[in-house]
Design a protein around this ligand. Sequence first.
Ligand code: F6R
Length: 244
Amino acid sequence: MRIVRTKDYNDMSRKAANVISAQVILKPDSVLGLATGSTPIGTYKQLAEWNHKGDCDFSEVHTYNLDEYVGLSHDDPQSYHYFMRTNFFDHINIDINNTHVPDGANLNADEVCPAYDKMVADAGYPDLQLLGIGRNGHIGFNEPDDVFSKGTHCVNLTESTIKANSRLFEREEDVPRQAYSMGVQTIMYARMILICASGEDKAQAVHDMILGPVTPRCPASILQLHHHCIVIADEAALSLVPAE
Ligand code: F6R
């Protein structure tokens, strides 16, 4: 794992945007795996700025998001479809038909999951997969478990994730209890992984991801086995990882 230590969230966002921008400049028809959540918002904002300046062209890029809540329509302001449009896709020159998010509006997991896996496989898997990390070490919605997941699947969210995500909902009861998530195996097929983290509340998870045993109890720890994984995290998130 290559670790890049940044001053703060803004520095993390800018450095992550630089890596993504370099990928798109070097391969204009890149396939990007994308994440939602608080972590990538600054990165998406920076990329949109560079896109406006003409420095980063998304016209040939294809994207595949990691996850989506089950039971929310694509226009629901809490859905990840909506998040991606308002935080990124509406602000760059991407063809919206080239963007993909698991179909949370379809409650039939047997239909949604294999179809999403096939789409990602047919696209040749991401050139670059952007990830955030949960406080319990989850990636996508792959929660701590006894085994690593493989393909896209329907997940029952843990209490800690429901609690963490309730900050974005009016009431905790409104947080969906299930999500569709790309599996860990699919994430590992990406040719490059860029995982970002900011803030002290991620410090334990970041420590376990980098220095702990490789175990499905901390799903992000599997990234230690990826041949090209970059961690861009701020001082607070890396506070339990000694600087080299
Ligand atoms: C979201 C996702 C999640 C988040 C994680 C961290 O698409 O894949 O694994 O990356 O929950 O969320 P934030 O960035 O809100 O702390």
